[in-house]
Design a protein around this ligand. Structure first.
Ligand SMILES: Nc1ncnc2c1ncn2[C@@H]1O[C@H](COP(=O)(O)OP(=O)(O)OP(=O)(O)O)[C@@H](O)[C@H]1O
Ligand SMILES: [Mg+2]
Length: 279
């Protein structure tokens, strides 16, 4: 028996083995991708438009199936997974999109509650949990508003609250700051960093060079469907030096203007610690 089995613990959130994805129009979106992402890590997925970032993300929550290869989520095969098991997989993954994707005719509160109703959470738990996550994302007083009454940054906070409400193991975010001004993007990043600091794995596709370069997390770069770079404390472009030392960035927060504060700094913009537990 391997140590892995003896311990009963899988340390990888995602493992991909020789994964390729060819769409029906013969476009090769991913070609022979091999990657392992540890639980608890924060990973940036970068690369030019059309490189395959969104496809990579869609494979993880089984929005798309690979044409070839194997994908393991928490040690379980997504290729062999039955259709009826997919809802269970999706309970363990929160997804955040560039365009927020809130239900326009539901209040902020109901948008989040709906994600719990889908997984048949008890009413009592919903009433307890929704205000908790609203508070956590800084929208404690806005539960009764409709999405169109919120700013873009606030809408993205709602979508993050919705993504974490069922306490997923993994958050995947596809360009979550793509529609936001730099300052609001910084706030959203700090929220995601705090969620990660509390143990949730995060995979984020982005074109935001400043964010990637200031945080120095793992960077997986795709080009034409292939992984061309995978660095532990990476930057947006190969060999970029436009950043602070990684030791400072690790566990830190970004200030407006791009300065990174070390973790546990009392000046962190959205230190959720003071606002109540995530779990
Ligand atoms: N459903 C689909 N059917 C056919 N081709 C697709 C489909 N989705 C994506 N593609 C193609 O696959 C390739 C990878 O697309 P993908 O959306 O993964 O790129 P991306 O890196 O997310 O790009 P962007 O930065 O613009 O979001 C592109 O050539 C795209 O046109
Ligand atoms: Mg994309």
């Amino acid at each position: 028996m391997s140590n892995n089995l003896l311990m009963g613990v899988v340390i990888f959130m995602i493992q991909m083995f020789n994964v390729s994805k060819t769409y029906s129009n013969e476009v090769k979106a991913l070609v022979d991708v091999n990657v392992r992402i540890q639980k608890g890590s924060f990973v940036f997925l970068v690369g030019p438009s059309g490189a395959g970032k969104s496809t990579f993300i869609k494979l993880i929550f089984r929005e798309e199936a690979p044409t070839r290869g194997q994908i393991l989520f928490d040690g379980k095969s997504l290729v062999r997974m039955r259709e009826r098991e997919v809802p269970y997989l999706r309970r363990q993954i929160g997804v955040v999109f560039q365009d927020f994707r809130l239900l326009p005719n539901k209040t902020v509160y109901d948008n989040i509650a709906f994600a719990m109703e889908i997984v048949e959470a008890p009413t009592k738990r919903i009433r307890q949990r929704v205000p908790q996550v609203l508070e956590m994302v800084g929208l404690g007083k806005k539960g009764n508003l409709m999405p169109h009454q919120l700013s873009g940054g606030e809408q993205q906070r709602v979508s993050i609250a919705r993504a974490i409400v069922n306490e997923p193991m993994l958050i995947i975010a596809d360009e979550p700051t793509g529609n936001l001004d730099p300052e609001t993007a910084t706030e959203i990043m700090n929220l995601l960093l705090e969620i990660n600091r509390r143990g949730t794995t995060i995979i984020m596709a982005t074109h935001a060079k400043d964010i990637v370069d200031s945080l120095r997390r793992r960077v997986i770069a795709l080009e034409n469907g292939r992984i061309v770079r995978d660095e532990e404390r990476g930057s947006y472009e190969q060999g970029s030096s436009a950043s602070l030392p990684g030791s400072l960035a690790q566990g830190g927060y970004i200030q407006p203007g791009g300065t990174v504060l070390p973790g546990n700094n009392s000046q962190s913009l959205y230190s959720l610690q003071e606002r109540g537990a995530l779990r």
